[in-house]
Design a protein around this ligand. Structure first.
Ligand code: ZN
Length: 68
């Protein structure tokens, strides 16, 4: 099985995506550590659904970081 990785794309509210299948995880919990634990936990249990490519994920990351 391919490696998958949770990438944090935004800190507030916390938004992370699975780099493998492009599923997004967000959490508004405070403090930020709780939100990170929250999405990490959901990332760990989610099942990757294969999409046509990872280009969408890359685009989302770019947009999220450019909007700072
Ligand atoms: Zn995934």
């Amino acid at each position: 099985m391919a490696k998958r990785k949770l990438r944090i794309v935004r800190d507030h509210p916390l938004l992370g995506i699975c780099e493998y299948c492009n599923v997004q995880f967000s959490s508004g919990l405070m403090p930020i550590e709780a939100a990170k634990d929250d999405i990490q936990e959901r990332f760990n249990v989610h099942k990757c659904k294969l999409t046509d490519s990872s280009q969408n994920a890359l685009r989302i990351v770019r947009e999220a970081t450019e909007n700072k």
